[in-house]
Design a protein around this ligand. Structure first.
Ligand SMILES: Nc1ncnc2c1ncn2[C@@H]1O[C@H](COP(=O)(O)OP(=O)(O)OP(=O)(O)O)[C@@H](O)[C@H]1O
Ligand SMILES: [Mg+2]
Length: 357
């Protein structure tokens, strides 16, 4: 069952001659118990979509349903409708979290429950439970200005989770945490959402975070959904160059398509011929071939589907080395378990992993 359904949503900032279209026909849904990541570059409309769902922005047209209930209807058939934010019963965590500065952590989190007239004893138990789940158990009596940015962000998450809303909307909830805490927090957040049976729509511009935390990814590009699917399908089977480039770390190799037979493409790269796979519409003549950095295999011996380049430099990443091979225009990165010596190498690019669009 869908807990959230958005259909053909259009939203402009400004009006008349100065209208600036931001959402250009977005359709999406969120199923009960599902975590969906809304991913996309800066300015693509992620926050705007979340705010429209929450009732904080007025779309121009389209519909928004929360569960069975229509909360927005604009521009098309039927009675125009726009329920205010407080009647949509969503848990919200925003990019710039806004805690009440004069309330303690405990009272910030308890506030929503007090509004719902929960008994004081139950409130205390529930707030303490959520605070300890978020690693804030010892901070209940502090005020927001006495917390680190990361701790404040977790209070904002606690505040959204405390009354178990059926849908929570999170806008970059982990962006203020440092790298290590962030990795822990995303595992924790996903586990928490799943355990509480919540459904979540979470904005991020970090593809690794989106893949780690979600069941499904919606990739937004300039106000439209570019592609959606499971993290695996988005990573392993992108339909467009935009999706392929956004998901993962890539080599982009200037190439010419000299022959095409269904999905099998023959490329000319520098002076060498390579077999590749055409994805999506597949293959203008002058194009860029794409291969994930981790799919390039480094060797000394000649290979069938590969190019030969000299090593330029290697960078130590802790668990492996990232090596750059370079000659003139050609420029390929690959991972190696060990540091490698200077010289010429064969870089094998399996045809099914070398893509043209
Ligand atoms: N209140 C506003 N008035 C006018 N334009 C706005 C307003 N809010 C956002 N915009 C514009 O709408 C576009 C989408 O903004 P939005 O905040 O949704 O992007 P985003 O995908 O969340 O980006 P980021 O990853 O940087 O947070 C941007 O071009 C932005 O400048
Ligand atoms: Mg944003």
């Amino acid at each position: 069952m869908n807990v959230l359904t958005v259909n053909d949503l259009h939203l402009d900032y400004g009006s008349g001659a100065s209208a600036n279209p931001i959402l250009k026909g977005v359709s999406m849904h969120l199923q009960r118990g599902e975590v969906v990541a809304l991913l996309g570059p800066s300015g693509s409309g992620k926050t705007t979509l979340l705010r429209a769902v929450a009732g904080l922005e007025s779309p121009k047209s389209g519909t928004i349903d929360i569960g069975e209930r229509r909360v927005f209807n604009g521009g098309g058939a039927g009675r125009p409708l726009e329920l205010p934010a407080e009647e949509r019963n969503l848990g919200l965590v925003f990019q710039s979290y806004a805690l009440w500065p004069h309330k303690t952590v405990f009272d910030n989190v308890a506030y929503g429950l007090k509004l719902r007239k929960m008994a004081a004893r139950d409130i205390e138990q529930k707030v303490k439970e959520v605070l300890s789940q978020l690693g804030l158990g010892h901070l209940g009596e502090r005020f927001p200005h006495q917390l680190s940015g990361g701790q404040q962000q977790r209070v904002a998450i606690a505040r959204a989770l405390v009354y178990n809303p059926p849908v929570i909307l999170l806008d970059e909830p982990l962006s203020n945490l440092d790298a290590k805490l962030r990795e822990e927090a995303r595992a924790f957040l996903r586990e928490l959402i799943v355990r509480l049976g919540l459904s979540a729509l979470m904005v991020t511009h970090d593809q690794a975070e989106a893949m780690a935390i979600s069941d499904r990814i919606l990739l937004l590009n300039n106000g439209k959904i570019e592609q959606q699917g499971t993290p695996q399908s988005m990573y392993e089977a992108p339909d467009t160059l935009f999706t392929a480039e956004f998901m993962g770390s890539n080599n982009r190799i200037p190439a010419q398509v000299v022959q095409r037979d269904g999905a099998a493409a023959r490329l000319q790269v520098g002076g060498m011929a390579l077999n590749a796979t055409a994805r999506g519409a597949g293959g203008s003549k002058e194009t860029a071939a794409l291969i994930r950095v981790e799919e390039v295999r480094i060797g000394r011996a000649p290979v069938d589907n590969g190019i030969q380049l000299p090593l330029s430099t290697c960078m130590y990443l802790g668990d492996r080395w990232e090596c750059l091979f370079k000659s003139g225009e050609a420029n390929v990165r690959a991972y190696s378990r060990h540091r490698i010596d200077p010289g010429n190498y064969w870089l094998e690019m399996p045809a099914e992993k070398l893509w043209v669009f």
